[in-house]
Design a protein around this ligand. Structure first.
Ligand SMILES: O=P(O)(O)OC[C@H]1O[C@H](O[C@H]2O[C@H](CO)[C@@H](O)[C@H](O)[C@H]2O)[C@H](O)[C@@H](O)[C@@H]1O
Length: 309
């Protein structure tokens, strides 16, 4: 987990998520705090047909809720995307969720304007295309089955849940990864800290890695992360500009990919969906907005400006 602290928005107050009436003037765009970010936003607005956006799901497009299955896209997110994405070269959601779970929770399927959306699930290992509705995924890592068998013993030995409701803490993720959530434990940070070592040892024994997130420790296959996934997808699209938005530690790899691509000539803007649970992204972002509400407001405002221009 990131160290606690307030990641205050560094932009103007964000507007409501509802689309503006047709007669309303475009809402004011925030000003990124870095020159690279200002260049990135200017390039997106000037040449949207050469620009792509890539967005994290939980904590960025969807508000954080205690039960992962109850997460949904923030109100107005799909509408804002539906107005913005047709103006762009391409759009992707890059998430730790299984791709089809993000599609279902986000309501991204069969949406006008999102008919060419790509969802890269499991940190980029899986791919869903709106155009075909198909998912491409590698075979499950054999270590997952072994961990399924050993996990109850490891959790029991930790004493974190004392057998009360440990099952609700385990997200099985289609048999391709296992996430252990501590948000609903009596002491979420204490449980997270207590479990981190034993889960890292369990993962290592079976050739997996631990991906830490917002009160979650995810055991998943190595070899892919959001940075690799994002860089590959940007190259594939041939984009000249990217806007990436994320909120959690798993998004740092994507931030790193954009920073590297910028050093090679791409223009880009890094947006942090701010929270008081993770501060690491705010430190590296060009723009910090107020959680999913702020992200949706930003997307809607960019869409307004592209519609007006
Ligand atoms: O890459 P993401 O789209 O951000 O997914 C990362 C993990 O997000 C989910 O967990 C987080 O959101 C939950 C629902 O709001 C919340 O209860 C939990 O505390 C957060 O960590 C998801 O459940 C995981 O599978 C994803 O890997």
């Amino acid at each position: 987990m990131g160290s606690p602290g307030n990641a205050a928005p560094n932009s103007e107050p964000t507007p409501s998520s509802a689309p503006p009436p047709d007669t309303a003037p475009p809402r004011a765009l925030p000003t990124p705090r870095t020159a690279a970010g200002r260049n990135g936003l200017a390039a997106l607005l000037a040449r949207p047909e050469r620009a792509v956006i890539a967005l994290d799901f939980d904590g960025t497009l969807a508000d954080i809720v205690p039960d992962p299955e109850k997460a949904r896209a923030h109100g107005g997110a799909v509408a804002a995307l539906g107005r913005l994405v047709p103006r762009l070269k391409a759009a992707a959601v890059i998430t730790g969720r299984p791709a089809t779970v993000a599609v279902r929770l986000g309501g991204f399927d069969s949406v006008p304007g999102l008919d060419h959306l790509t969802v890269l699930g499991h940190y980029g290992a899986e791919r869903w295309e709106a155009a075909t509705g198909t998912v491409h995924a590698p075979p499950p890592h054999p270590g997952i089955a072994a961990i399924q068998a050993e996990l109850p013993g490891v959790l029991d030995a930790s004493g974190v849940w004392r057998g009360t409701w440990v099952e609700t803490a385990v997200e099985r993720k289609g048999g391709r990864a296992i996430a252990i959530h501590t948000r609903r434990a009596t002491d979420p940070q204490g449980a997270f800290d207590q479990l981190r070592g034993p889960l890292a040892a369990l993962a290592e024994r079976h050739g997996l890695i631990v991906e830490p997130g917002r009160f979650v420790l995810e055991l998943r296959p190595p070899g892919m992360d959001k940075g690799v996934a994002l860089a590959d997808w940007i190259h594939e699209t041939g984009a000249a500009t990217v806007l990436y938005a994320g909120d959690d530690l798993g998004d740092l790899a994507a931030f790193g990919a954009v920073e590297k691509l910028r050093s090679e000539g791409l223009t880009g803007i890094l947006v942090c969906s701010g929270s008081d649970e993770v501060t690491e992204l705010a430190d590296r972002a060009d723009l910090v907005v107020d959680g999913p509400k702020g992200v949706v407001g930003l997307l809607g405002t960019v869409a307004d400006h592209l519609t007006e221009s």
